[in-house]
Design a binder for this molecule. Sequence first.
Ligand code: GDP
Length: 478
Amino acid sequence: EAITVQELANRMAEKGADLVKALFKMGMMVTVNQTIDQDTAELLVTEFGHNLTRVSASDVDIDTAGDVDAAETLKPRPPVVTIMGHVDHGKTSLLDALRGTDVVAGEAGGITQHIGAYQIKTKNGDLVTFLDTPGHEAFTEMRQRGANVTDIVVLVVAADDGLMPQTIEAINHTKAAGVPMIVAINKVDKPEANPQRIRERLLEHEIVVEAMSGDVQDVEVSAKNRTGLDDLIEKILLQAELMELRANPDREAEGTVIEAKLDKGKGPLATVLVNRGTLRTGDVLVVGTQSGRVRAMTDDKGRQIKEATPSMPVEVLGIGGVPHAGDTLTVVENEARAREVAAYRQELATERRTAIAPASLDTMFSALADKANVIEYPIVVKADVQGSTEAIVNALHKISNDMIKVRVLNSGVGAITESDVTLAQASGAPIVGFNVRPNAKARELIERHKVRMKYFDVIYHLTDDIRKEMAGELGPER
Ligand code: GDP
């Protein structure tokens, strides 16, 4: 029986970071999202002076962390792709064009339904799933809820425009998530298109595309003229093959909510991407803090379906309330169990709302590197001018040492935006503003998510402060 550190912390009504710190003292380097075994969990519970029965009594939630499918049950599953890039570079056009390559759409005679994701079938019978809410906000928001549904990111860059702020943000978000990227150089039909210049500019962001002898696949497309699409799909499939994406289809389903809404006539509707197992009509389920039973399922072509297999997006009817994007769906044995789990989670959610931990320590420990014994200190940097940004990033890298390293998730020029905040929050990083402030929307997000903000106007004050924080986080043990 395994449990994540965060979940144990929730059950103990303690801060995740405090548990990580205690584990750290016990010689274990784990992050709040990692699982620990029963013995370690019990040790922690006693360490914190809690009663052991309290954990087992509230041990009602579904535990899927330790529930790993045996290798022989795994079958290949289609890749799930998100398209990112700067506004107007052609994300929506490309999603539409790719959708048009589906060989099923024509013959099925169905009507395109926008349910948040769609699946295409190629001439060779291969399937690819695309999330059709373009943009990194959705991507990062899902990630920050712990849902990593995207296998591959397609970065769209307009060949007549070059790398723009949101292109760079998309690159940073993708890197932070550790998701492989394929670069689609779009609008090559335009006379002023210069794909080679894009490839060169990408080098500055450590993206070396194949055409420059690197290992990031790139492809020239025109969403308008529908050229290069087969090539792009082929590259996606090649990347997917390398990743050996697999799932067990022969078990009770688990999925992730991509989108959810309240339909006036039908009630709550949720688009779910099946992660593993097969979802069937009649299945009893828990979705986030909601429970229900699958009354009907509709696919992205508006067809009623009875079964949904891994990587397939379906709109599910029959959930008791509207869940959140990023919530997990789990099929359970009966309605009593579904209601019990949903009620427990609702109770937890209320508790959590009343006791939100300050982000400070989480910041540090959620970013503990699991590979080596080096701790990473994630940070987002925004400054008023490019020269300051560069000077700050350089100075920050200099204060790294063998035990702790600064990891700049994003650095840029201009006001602190929502995207900076979601990125910082997803990685538990503070945001450092040098002569800049957040915009109104960002400010609201900062307050809502308790993201840490630090403002400076002298670079050595900034580095001094961060150095002190890093030393403090390491503690006297190191
Ligand atoms: P998004 O903001 O990234 O979703 O971009 P859109 O898909 O809305 O495209 C922005 C504009 O670029 C629209 O006017 C499209 O018609 C145009 N566009 C998109 N792809 C191409 C292309 O391949 N070639 C040309 N010439 N125009 C394109």
